[in-house]
Design a protein around this ligand. Sequence first.
Ligand code: SF4
Ligand code: SF4
Length: 492
Amino acid sequence: MPTRPYLFHGLTNSLCSRCLGKVEAKIIFQDGGVHLLKHCPVHGREQVLIADDIDYYRQTQAFIKPGDMPLRFNTPIRHGCPYDCGLCPDHEQHSCLTLIELTDRCNLNCPICYADSGSDQTDSHQQIRRHRDLATIERMLDAVVANEGEPQVVQLSGGEPTIHPEFFNVLDLAKARPIKHLMVNTNGIRIAHDPTFAETLAGYAPGLEIYLQFDSFEEAALRELRGADLRSVRQQAIERLNALGLSTTLVVTLKKGLNDHEIGRIIDYALAQPCVRGVTFQPIQAAGRLEGFEPERDRYTLSEVRRAILEQSPHFKPQDLLPVPCHPDALAMAYALKLGDQVVPLTGLFDASSYVEMVPNAIIYEQQPELKQRILDLYSTSHSPASAATSLKQLLCCLPLMQVPEGLTYTNVFRVMIVQFMDAYNFDVRSVKRSCIHIVHPDGRLIPFDTYNLFYREGSAGEGVIAALNQAATTTTWSEPDLVLADPTATP
Ligand code: SF4
Ligand code: SF4
């Protein structure tokens, strides 16, 4: 009797990458990898690699915890996930990070841009690119506050947010709200070229972080990803941010075979910059403008990025680079302390339920009593000096609460993250319900980043799918409250 060439692990729903219709998907283990095996009644069979490391994939499934709910949901359940965003009451996670797009315009024209932004008047669908007006932006900020109360992280994005003519008025509006951490997602051109702008920006710290595009040291890779040689721009921007002491995260968009060999070098560079608090690695999501991108050839999975970090950076071991519990399929993270030339990974300690379990990780600093003491101090929640206002928990809401001991500040913390957004290839309904990175629609809905770029962005590939579903639904009588209040005891 023949045997299947794979191990059937589970079942989920995905999307057909051609028509974006919802299809059943088997999760299978084959040849050391995890794959989705899908069947679309119209377009047939499709097999997609979603992880190249079965053990790590299994680990992600063990890193889940009950989701935190928003204070309200925004849309009713009508068509089923992912066609009801959102957030609909079936969503399992609040917004850890919310993007507010200030503009469709940009001072670059990257060949890959999920937002289809650029410097021309119109986008590829002949829609006019606009700056959002202040009243709309204010409504979007209020929508986040209404959902979250005190939003953890709000990221001003675009297009290129720093070219918005009322950018500092937007910052004033954001600062006037109870947002714990504000980020500016930027390509760095304005920071590099406009010292007055950068100095004014620095005046909004603390509580402000620059999320700086930083993909490569190589001209060819930059031209392929960004359409321009940005090496000197990056250098000038970093020099200015160092001089201003403005907290910065480097954001690396990864294309398989193009810039993935630079991962270790980028981490080393980041560690040497006083302003840099961490690096986020983000494989390209197959959505929006994708010139020169062939999904079958160029898609890169989270576990492959994790493997590359472990191979290229001597600072992190497998136990240090862990799934993030709020959305373990899509997020992996390592925290470390920067202490002079020393880099001490911390994340491997987080799941230690007892000191005995901590010992293997403690070996690194067992020989260094001072370091050992400083790490152990991190576990003292009673130790809360006024000089260290930042707790590690504030950096990412799903971590255990730990206070930073005296003498250590946010400048000592270094964070490596992998963020993988789903596209029509690796889409998994089970996983997208846990998405905690959301984009505010101008109408006030908060929509997972993954589904926003597939279905809800103007001009997105799946816009017509949603329109057709809504059109069909007009023949049905729905009882739809405008806002469905979150009730933890209710089953949607
Ligand atoms: S992704 Fe979340 S918000 Fe969107 S339809 Fe699914 S459960 Fe609802
Ligand atoms: S990816 Fe960013 S920098 Fe590039 S065109 Fe789009 S918005 Fe501009």
